[in-house]
Design a binder for this molecule. Structure first.
Ligand code: CDP
Length: 215
């Protein structure tokens, strides 16, 4: 089986940046599993499917018409690279992510990213549910304040409107929902390395992960 490094953690903990850089450094595939939940939520909104209708949302997830190419994400042929990052879509994603049938529907797609020479998978349950046999498991955390600040900077840089007060609220709400749900709650795998990045640059976090991987 190809090598897998899992990087799980709460919203805006720096998972995406770190996972992406580690994958690039090692020449591995990269799976942004959160994007799949975001795409499912966006498609449900487009199709006016109720976000609480478990079987209808799961049906969308099961045959998600998405493609990842050259850093762009296409949904139903439309470029949704920026649209999918909107905070409102993050919140919608966390609502459909509580539905077990939706999580089940996205499992095979996630597992299919495990290709030679290896994979770096970023999400909430990569080390606990999707790749329990991963070669290295990381749980990234950071204080709520550090995370809100990072997310703010990210959104503004992309020209997406944001304000700190709403971000802290969304972040806290999303953390609570992700941690409290019955299926695949956000928590470190028992064999995960915990990395608190509140006081770290992305580069330092990447170095730490590569060091663990090398040893
Ligand atoms: O970028 P951010 O960390 O804010 O969110 P994301 O990783 O894109 O994930 C969006 C939402 O999808 C999360 O709040 C989770 O509720 C859900 N998710 C999940 O349940 N399991 C995953 N493996 C990835 C995301």
């Amino acid at each position: 089986n190809p090598i897998v490094i899992t990087i799980d953690g709460p919203t805006a903990s720096g998972k995406g940046t770190v996972a992406h850089r580690v994958a690039k450094h090692l020449g591995f595939q990269y799976l942004d599993s959160g994007a799949l939940y975001r795409l499912t939520a966006l498609l449900a909104i487009w199709r006016q499917v109720d976000l609480e209708d478990e079987s209808a949302v799961a049906a969308l997830a099961r045959s998600l018409p998405c493609r990842f190419q050259h850093g762009h994400v296409l949904l139903d042929g439309q470029d949704v690279t920026d649209a999918v990052r909107a905070e409102a879509i993050g919140v919608a994603a966390s609502r459909i992510a509580v539905l077990p049938a939706v999580r089940q529907a996205l499992t095979d797609l996630q597992v299919s990213f495990r290709q030679p020479p290896g994979l770096v998978a970023d999400g909430r349950d990569m080390g606990t549910v999707i790749f329990p046999d991963a070669n290295l498991k990381i749980f990234l955390t950071a204080s709520a304040e550090a995370r809100a600040q990072r997310r703010y900077k990210q959104l503004i840089e992309k020209g997406i409107p944001a304000n700190m007060e709403d971000l802290v609220k969304d972040l806290t709400e999303r953390d609570a929902r992700d941690s409290a749900r019955a299926t695949a709650p956000l928590k470190p795998a028992p064999d995960a390395q915990i990395l608190d990045t509140s006081e770290m640059t992305a580069d330092q976090a990447v170095q730490q992960v590569l060091e663990w991987y090398a040893n």
